[in-house]
Design a protein around this ligand. Sequence first.
Ligand SMILES: Cc1ncc(COP(=O)(O)O)c(C=O)c1O
Length: 418
Amino acid sequence: MTDSAPSHGFLFDKWLHLYAERVETMRSSEVRDLLAVTARPDIIALAGGSLDIKASNLGRVSDIVADVLTEAGPEALSYGPSEGHLGLRKFLVKFMADEGVDCDVDDIIITQGGQQALELIAKIFINPGDTIVAEAPTYVGALNAFLSYQASIIQVKMDNNGMIMSNMEKTLKDLRDKGIQPKYIYTIPNSQNPGGLSMSLSRRKKLIKLARDYQTLIVEDSAYRRIRFEGEDIPSLKQLDSANVVYIGTFSKILSAGLRVGWVIAPRPIREKLVFAKQAADLCSSSLAQRIVEQFFHETPVNNHINKLITVCRRRRDTMLDALDEFFPKGTTWTKPIGGFFIWVTLPEYIDTTAMLAKAIQQKVAYVPGKAFFADGSGRNCMRLNYSFPKEKDIKEGVRRLAEVIEQEMELYKRLKV
Ligand SMILES: Cc1ncc(COP(=O)(O)O)c(C=O)c1O
């Protein structure tokens, strides 16, 4: 066998004695592993987390690439500043002002998607064993970034209005009693991944107060903020408390995930350290990709573009909610997302969605098992369904197939119980 034996075959790892300890806490993302299977055209993938680029009206993108190369070819094909391309940061100052956040070009660092921001934040704050507080459930990629720096993650229960603040207060107090200083509270307050719900204004204010009282930082992941179907536009945590919040944004959910462009806005001392960390990670984000984003929004008014995406996503969310109502058996519940890309489904306690996935794939439908969204293995009877990517007819058929798989599990349980 050679060192380059295929990854699905057994490969003896002769470097085991050399790896850093942190490799042990790194988890492969179940979402990514799944993509390999769900990329098969015969499978209805309710497991992804992307926009449907074909339905996103990106129109002139290939012309834009050509224009960027013609007008700024040498710069677009070179290294750029680690903080990011100035033209894009200027655009972001206006974009953020639209969200009520007052910032300056110097406050913004462009990253390779929101994921790199999460990784860089983890890199500058987390020592092995440090504690991070997050929502239960939360974004898989954030858990993976924090775990790869050997964080201990405590997740705080949510309801329809976001994290329950009495639980948060108790968590922070218990940590203080044990002499533990949590490094930061990670939250996705708008159209959360995986449930699509948002934190209420009163809870945002309480969270800010608690973070201040317990002298910790808030990391606000705003990935889905602009994909809002209904309800009022609640101020971001960054808007409410700029000095104590690190804000993460991304173009993945409003333009293209493949361009890998996101950004982070942080108080100055943190920002400086993030720039050092970014320089060590990748020197700078792609100059070409940043200019493509800049040029796209130079030509296309951002709110018109986003409104079109919202129309597509809202229709697909409604289709999925209708299909769940029509097909899912009694004893199952799900969130009613007010934005974002996902619905979080809870099945009876006795169903293990990780084990059930193989059966679902046999029926040619895929989802993400709930366990992936918890650091401690909870969520085993839950699943995340994506509606932003699949077409409406596939959503309906996918939910119907999944309902059949769940009904079979319920039948089996009833028979074994008797
Ligand atoms: C909540 C959240 N944050 C961050 C990301 C990272 O996305 P990207 O790195 O493409 O910006 C995702 C992607 O699914 C997400 O759901």
